[in-house]
Design a protein around this ligand. Sequence first.
Ligand code: PEP
Length: 262
Amino acid sequence: MATRRPLLAGNWKMHGTRSETERLLSALTQALGGVNPAQREIVVAPPFSALETAARLLADTPIRLAAQNLHWEPHGAFTGEVSGPMLKEAGCTYVILGHSERRQYFAETDESVARKVRAAQRDGLLPIICVGESLEERESGATLAVIDRQIRGALQDPELDPELDQAPAALTGLVIAYEPIWAIGTGRSATPDQAQEVHAAIRATLGSLTSPATADATRLLYGGSVKPDTVDALMARPDIDGALVGGASLQADSFARIVNFR
Ligand code: PEP
């Protein structure tokens, strides 16, 4: 079985002017001083406008930068959009794609997420692909079918990339975040059992789309009201390889405790 280095990522959403970013990152780098980067990977995703500031502050640290979205074209007449090469130049390693807030408020679909995944791979960014069911879908027993559809939709769109089936290597390095919509920002986390069940199903889907080795090596994050007092039990489950953290990543001490899960 592959050893998967735990990945703890903070999604700041639309929080963080440049001065707030400076304050939060200087507190965070202090709080995380003792973390061994070989043992856990730390990622923060500030808004676009704070990426350069964050990149400068994090230059001599092992903390990596993620963007929260990209446009699939490298450049062009797309007012208000930001492309992969721009994010790369700003210092990003990762890009969060298909977050439920983007699906819900900005009409993102499995198809647009698939285009963005291809673009991230083309532009040398590692995608963190978000999937998750609504409360209604969970209560009607549709969770695993919804997640399976979202994973296949994001990774396998023959019209967009007929080669994908023959190129599982292209999927190496991507990260999937399972984020049940009913748990995001609500203070109501999925239980470790609920999260583990979905993560195991995601790994099985990845195995059928790629190869058992790729599925085994792919990191699966849980997201949805992860807090200092819930992270340890979640991280104890075999298929939970990290966390995507919203609210609790905006305070240095709570994010540091999450990174230092036991
Ligand atoms: C998120 O938005 O990715 C998230 C998980 O938010 P929160 O931790 O606040 O639920």
